[in-house]
Design a binder for this molecule. Structure first.
Ligand code: HXC
Length: 508
């Protein structure tokens, strides 16, 4: 017995050393934590329960039969974050560069299967040289098995990927199918083909960071939702983020006690809208003043900043926020902002998270660039996402709600449950100037000015829409939080189902 215990201890100790001290030192020298150190930061102290520590690869080619390292390049298991269950895998770059063998893949698959069985989120920590080259097609098979599970888990349990090192080739497609991706600046990158192949094929010279670093993917491509400074910051952000998520699509959103009164009035919102309709203001202020303790976890802040998406809480419960941002491109809807918000709305809907939408939108962005790149198809994504969503939807129009963008932004007509407008709201087909130029073309300057004034008087307000019931109530800005809190209470037991279908056909 004691011999067996000694053997167990020996094997455990060997597994904990991964690829050995030299490689651990090299990992640290790059400013990176090891796979196990990362899990210590991510999970509640002492909560990690490992699975498959003794698993080794079964490759006998290229001398691999003599190089077996327990755990085989990925540490897997479950733990808790602030007491709530989460399944995790953490790739160990010190073992064959974290490359994915078939057994390594099977370990990840087991994590995904277990998480699905009990209904718990999965967080994957990626740090890998990709397919285990010595294994050939067995490694590719392993990837595809992981991909298949990512897809089946999508919409069932939340999946978060932390990219903390290389993630290249087909390996990118597992994180790409998860719900959110956070990347570490300078030490992580994602690309389908790296700089060398790019140079050979297209003659472009580009660095890893430019091609697929954290900043590139968090600003340009939107592949990543956040770029963080280092491993610890990324892992702590993941903990904060996790606290907003329900465990699965069958669970309610989590609740955190708050001392912030639900009926707190915010007098400053009564004057936030500038007198000139073309002057911007920061929609973040409206969002923070509405949420518990002003706490807002924004995703993709560096991409399509003309729309703001993120999570907060009202009366302790998670809500998803979508808001036009007048500070960036006047809050216009374009291709990128439509895609960003559509994906976010669909995540919220899949996981029972109520959506609060703040509207100040002058319309869709005109131009050949937008039209030729498919604003019709991409704008339709957001329209589609809002229209199919059955979670509670509360909308507050703070200022402009023009044209098709009025319809899209969780309007009453797309089954908005509570549609509020501030007295400063302007709900019309378009701005007065544009409208008058079309319907009164040819009038002289005085005639145009008079017509513009008439159009403004008629439509630059919320009352026409309210008189038709498209707006449920015109509210004081200072009472926004109170109204939203009351609305969410009322809608807690909302029941709404879409017609049966295999799945929809959202314009991809
Ligand atoms: C086996 C690998 C490996 C791999 C790295 N290693 N990648 N072993 N398979 N894919 C091993 C190295 O041999 C080395 O072993 C250790 O990991 C660390 O690698 P280094 O090269 O020393 O590290 P570094 O200089 O930091 O470079 C990291 C790297 C580089 C950029 C990731 O290792 C690299 O380019 N690897 C190959 C990447 C690749 O082409 N992968 C296949 C992509 S195709 P020792 O013993 O010296 O420590 C793919 C298809 C997936 O993934 C398809 C899915 C559908």
């Amino acid at each position: 017995m004691s011999a067996n215990i000694a053997e167990m201890e020996k094997r455990r100790a060997a597994a904990r050393m991964g690829g050995g001290q030299k490689r651990i030192d090299a990992q640290h020298a790059k400013g990176k934590l090891t796979a196990r150190e990362r899990l210590e930061v991510l999970l509640d102290e002492g909560s990690f329960e490992e699975l498959d520590l003794y698993v080794e690869h079964d490759c006998v080619d290229f001398g691999m039969q003599d190089q077996r390292i327990p755990s085989d390049g990925v540490v897997t298991g479950s733990g808790t974050i602030n007491g709530r269950l989460v399944y995790v895998f953490s790739q160990d770059f010190t073992v064959f560069g974290g490359s994915l063998s078939n057994r390594h893949a099977q370990k990840i698959c087991k994590v995904l299967d277990n998480a699905m069985k009990v209904g718990a989120p999965v967080i994957g920590l990626n740090d890998s040289g990709g397919a285990r080259i010595q294994e050939g097609v067995a490694s590719l098979a392993g990837y595809a098995e992981v991909f298949q599970r990512n897809v089946l888990a999508s919409g069932v349990v939340p999946q978060l990927s932390l990219i903390m090192g290389p993630c290249a080739g087909g390996a990118v497609y597992s994180p790409a199918m998860t719900d959110f991706i956070f990347m570490v600046k300078d030490s992580s990158y994602m690309f389908v083909t790296g700089p060398d192949v790019v140079k050979t094929v297209t003659n472009e010279v580009v660095t890893q960071e430019e091609l697929g670093g954290a900043v590139t993917h968090s600003s340009k491509t939107s592949v990543s939702d956040l770029a963080l400074e280092n491993d610890v910051e990324t892992l702590l952000a993941a903990r904060d983020f996790f606290d907003f998520l329900p465990l699965s699509n069958r669970e309610e959103v989590p609740e955190r006690p708050t001392a912030d009164p639900w009926d707190r009035l915010e007098e400053s919102l009564d004057t936030i809208i500038p007198p000139n309709a073309n002057q911007p203001y920061d929609m973040h202020e409206v969002i923070r003043k509405t949420l518990d303790e002003g706490e807002f976890f924004e995703i993709q802040p560096m991409h399509a900043a003309n729309i703001i998406c993120g999570f907060g809480r009202v009366e302790g419960k998670t809500v998803g926020i979508v808001a036009n941002q007048p500070m960036v491109l006047a809050g216009v809807l374009d291709i990128n902002s439509s895609k960003k918000a559509a994906r976010f709305v669909r995540f919220c809907d899949a996981f029972n998270i109520p959506i609060v939408t703040f509207v100040d939108v002058p319309g869709f962005l005109p131009g050949t660039d937008q039209e030729h790149n498919g604003i019709i198809k991409h704008g339709a994504k957001l329209l589609f996402a809002y229209a199919e969503a059955t979670v509670p939807k509360i909308t507050v129009i703070t200022r402009k709600a023009y044209g098709g963008a009025y319809d899209v932004m969780a309007s009453k007509h797309l089954r908005g449950d509570l549609n509020y407008a501030w007295p400063t709201a302007e709900i019309a087909v378009m701005g007065a100037k544009g409208a008058v130029e079309i319907i009164f073309r040819g009038r002289d300057a005085d005639g145009m000015a008079a017509a513009t004034k008439e159009y403004e008087d008629r439509f630059a307000n919320p009352f026409v829409a309210a008189s038709r019931g498209y707006i449920d109530e015109v509210i004081y800005p200072h009472s926004t939080r109170r109204r939203i809190a009351l609305g969410l209470r009322k809608l807690r037991n909302k029941q709404l189902e879409n017609p049966w279908k295999k799945h929809d056909n959202i314009p991809l």
